[in-house]
Every structure is written in C-alpha cells, then in structure tokens.
Ligand binder design. Structure first.
Ligand code: SF4
Ligand code: SF4
Length: 189
C-alpha cells in the first residue's frame, strides 16, 4: 500500500483525536503504549497494511487523524486478536481497530472504492433497515461502488447461483423491525 509522504506541520495535527480515543471504551489503555512493536511483529496482516498497528498508534498519539482514518490498515485487520494477546501493556489493539472503523464511517473518511470498507458500510445499512442481509443486493451494491466493470465478469456465476437457488432476488426482512430500530437507537444514544 502506498503511504502519503507529504510533510505535515504541527498546526495541521489534531490532538483532540487522541483525547477522544482514550475516552472511548476500548481505547482507554492506548496511552500506555511503549511502542515495543509486539503487535506489528505478531500481526499476520501487517505486511499488507499501509501502517503497522504500532505505527498507527504512534500516529494517533501524534494527531494524524485523517491519515489514520483513511488508512487501509483498519480495514485489513481481520480481528484475529493476536496483537491484543501479545501486547505487554494489555492494550486492546483489535478493539481500537473497531473504534477507528466506526469513526472512519462516521466521518466519511474511509478509503473510497475499497471493497472491505464499502462492504462493511453496505452490510450495516442493509441489516439496520431490514434486520437481514440479502446477498444479491449486497454483491450488486459492492460491485457498483467498487468496480462496476467486474459485474459483467461475474454475471455468469451470479446466474448459476440464482438457477441453483443459492441466491435469490427476494429481499428478506425480520418480522419486528421496530424492535431492531429501538435497539439500534439505544446504542446510538
Ligand atoms: S504491543 Fe502494545 S505496547 Fe507494544 S507497540 Fe503494540 S500496542 Fe504498543
Ligand atoms: S487483530 Fe488485526 S491488527 Fe491485531 S494481529 Fe489480528 S489482524 Fe493484526
């Protein structure tokens, strides 16, 4: 992944980001980070990340809010929890990745056209509206928002799945959507 190498001046940094992280459940311990690198060394995906978990934490502390929220790292994290187990300071690195994903979506800073972030957002939108995910709609939206040309390449596979009943156009929904909305609203509050 390509790293943005533009020099950033101190006045452009956002130190409120750091304060917000440590006041968010799951992010409290982050200030204990000693930059030992155990998280990055044990992470099976760090070689594909634009910033390793250790570096991401250093950037959070320094106030690089935009770079952190736009990074591919938070979306590539597979929630395997290896870093969390290995961290000598008991920092919940995996939970931190979740906090950052949420914030990236909230601030609309996630990498555009990147399949993992688009899939997460569309899946959440669908499930929060209907309580269920309709695979064909999800795949359609994913391709449309990431790589529309791929749609034609996948059309024959899609038709086979529809013919064999593995996918259908029927939009599924739970019976009591109102209950789901109440739960989701209470989380937001
Ligand atoms: S393992 Fe823990 S203390 Fe070490 S760099 Fe990672 S988060 Fe910081
Ligand atoms: S939880 Fe995420 S950041 Fe931590 S080791 Fe696994 S993939 Fe890497």
């Amino acid at each position: 992944m390509e790293i943005n190498k533009r020099i950033k001046y101190e006045k452009e940094l956002d130190d409120s980001f750091w304060r917000w992280i440590v006041s968010t459940p799951g992010g409290e311990n982050v200030e204990q980070c000693i930059q030992c690198g155990m998280c990055s060394g044990s992470c099976p995906l760090s070689i594909y990340m634009d910033y390793t978990p250790r570096r991401l934490i250093a950037m959070i502390k320094a106030g690089f809010k935009d770079e952190v929220l736009k990074s591919f790292t938070i979306w590539l994290c597979s929630s395997c929890y290896t870093c969390t187990i290995q961290c000598p300071m008991n920092i919940k690195v995996t939970d931190l990745m979740y906090i950052l994903k949420q914030k990236a979506i909230e601030n609309k800073k996630y990498p555009k056209r990147f399949p993992i972030s688009v899939l997460s957002k569309e899946f959440f939108n669908m499930v929060s509206k209907k309580g269920r995910n309709t695979e064909i709609n999800l795949v359609f939206k994913l391709l449309l928002k990431t790589n529309p040309l791929k749609f034609f390449g996948m059309a024959s596979l899609g038709l086979k799945l529809i013919k064999t009943g593995r996918m259908n156009f029927k939009s599924d929904a739970i019976k009591n959507i109102k209950q789901l909305k109440t739960i989701l609203n209470s989380i937001e509050e």
